[in-house]
Design a protein around this ligand. Structure first.
Ligand SMILES: [Zn+2]
Length: 86
């Protein structure tokens, strides 16, 4: 997932640089470049967190209900939830 996001960002950067080279780099191209870089950094950060499991919901082993990642107990059936270190 992180690789896919990085590939899209690199593609966007390459395209912007190519367009800048073809039509001349102006303020719009620089702003676009900054936006793509900012979005890319954010997307990669979110993708890394998702892969690390920090924003993945905790699934109850008893009722398979979704819970907050930091919830100590299942909000559906009250089963004690183990912290997932994956
Ligand atoms: Zn449950």
């Amino acid at each position: 997932m992180t690789r896919a996001v990085a590939a899209i960002v690199i593609l966007g950067l390459t395209l912007t640089i190519a367009l800048g080279a073809a039509f001349g780099v102006d303020a719009t191209a620089l702003i676009l470049l900054a936006l793509i870089a900012a979005f890319g950094a954010l997307a990669v950060s979110v993708a890394r967190k998702a892969r690390a499991g920090t924003i993945k919901p905790a699934v109850c082993p008893s009722c398979e209900g979704f819970n907050s990642p930091n919830a100590p107990y299942c909000k559906h059936c009250g089963t004690h939830l183990k912290r997932q270190h994956s």
